[in-house]
Design a protein around this ligand. Structure first.
Ligand SMILES: [Zn+2]
Length: 61
């Protein structure tokens, strides 16, 4: 299992939220609702050899 967590700032409300990421997938993007303000955001991340190499979030329309 290659799972990790990452802290990001919500693009809507600016609150820090915790994401649970599956690093067995090399790159992925999906829409998740902010746990604070419930607005949708696109989470994109990439992993290399089971290590997180980048994560970003942006507002989803
Ligand atoms: Zn939010």
């Amino acid at each position: 299992m290659f799972e990790t967590t990452a802290e990001v700032s919500c693009p809507h409300c600016g609150e820090t939220i915790l994401l649970f990421l599956d690093l067995s997938v090399e790159s992925q993007s999906y829409i998740e609702d902010c746990s604070v303000c419930c607005q949708p955001m696109t989470v994109s991340y990439s992993a290399h050899d089971g290590e997180l190499s980048g994560v970003s979030v942006e507002a989803a329309s």
